[in-house]
Design a protein around this ligand. Structure first.
Ligand code: NAD
Length: 293
């Protein structure tokens, strides 16, 4: 008998994760509130488009969510036909979105009172990592739940790590995002300076990728920054959401994060100028304005 996953949220990331689960031999019952997102999925014998949320959850060995933000996950947990209303005791729920660590701990606690195990398992690696099944997956929650979810994680990711109790996955993911945000800002500053001094930016990117300033962001986003291609993989709006979560967590933990605070302000600036739906490389537009380019 094939393992069955109920999968909710098939946007930029979820659509690839669903295909990888299906190709690994699992039956995937998929639901999204946007019908076009469902229609965009590849045709595969193991992918079944659910008619409703409870239809996707029915009979599932695991329920996975890949949704934008905290309120969307709360809606799937507490909403009509959702996890609390539908799943029997003993079920396993894995949220792979990036959401509030505090809310994650509250959800895990409330669900455990109903006999439902919840893991937080946010990911890093972007749409390319999702497509290739090479995501880094950071998992919070109990060890038994981790073991049950592991075959599904293996279908979607490469680096799969149990990092602690409920919410710990989100903590590690937010630390990841803090580094990504500041790294994007550092690349913007280098490109702004190089441009003002008249060097060839594409050549500069190649040179930097061969040395100690190389980074995932410079590799994946550098060329798009230089050419002004703002098409979205990971949207400005989603990174702003992550930086907001980082800052909220830092306030609660009494940790000053001066560099994150500055880059968060620049994301507010980018959104105010209509860049929210564009990819993160569009942060460079903030520097275009500052340098009157
Ligand atoms: P997305 O907006 O492209 O996809 C989210 C999907 O969820 C959409 O199709 C939307 O219609 C659906 N949805 C929203 N509310 C719903 C509900 N109540 N019920 C059912 N479906 C609902 O987002 P994404 O880029 O795929 O990111 C998903 C999550 O993964 C986010 O938390 C993001 O921060 C995180 N993430 C994204 C990337 C990336 O590069 N895009 C990388 C790592 C992590």
């Amino acid at each position: 008998n094939k393992l069955v996953a109920g999968f909710v949220g098939v946007g930029v990331m979820g659509r690839h994760m669903v295909r990888n689960l299906a190709e690994a031999g699992m039956v995937v019952q998929v639901f999204d509130v946007v019908p076009e997102a469902l229609e965009a999925l590849p045709r595969h014998d193991n992918i079944r488009l659910a008619k409703s949320l409870p239809d996707a959850l029915s009979g599932a060995d695991i329920v996975i969510t890949m949704l934008p933000d905290t309120p969307h996950v709360e809606a799937v947990v507490f909403g009509e036909g959702g996890i609390v209303a539908t799943l029997p005791s003993g079920s396993l729920f894995v949220d792979m979105s990036t959401i509030s660590g505090h809310t994650t701990r509250v959800l895990a606690e409330k669900l455990s009172e109903r006999g439902i195990t919840m893991l937080d398992a946010p990911v890093s690696g972007g749409p390319v990592g999702a497509e290739n099944g090479t995501l880094s997956i950071m998992v919070g929650g109990d060890a038994d739940g981790f073991a049950r979810a592991h075959p599904f994680f293996k279908a979607m990711g490469e680096t799969i790590t149990h990092v602690g109790a409920a919410g710990a996955g989100q903590t590690v993911k937010l630390c990841n995002q803090l580094i990504c945000g500041i790294n994007i800002q550092a690349i913007c500053e280098a490109l702004a300076l190089g441009r003002a001094c008249g060097v060839d930016l594409e050549q500069m990117r190649d040179v930097l990728l061969g040395g100690s300033a190389a980074s995932w962001m410079l590799d994946r986003l550098g060329s798009q920054m230089i050419s002004g291609d703002a098409s979205a993989g990971f949207r400005i709006d989603l990174m702003f959401k992550d930086l907001r979560l980082v800052m909220e967590t830092a306030m609660q933990a009494n940790v000053p994060l001066p560099a994150t605070a500055l880059v968060t302000s620049q994301y507010i600036d980018a959104r105010a100028h209509g860049e929210g739906g564009n990819g993160n490389q569009a942060l460079f537009k903030v520097y275009d304005r500052m340098t009157a380019q």
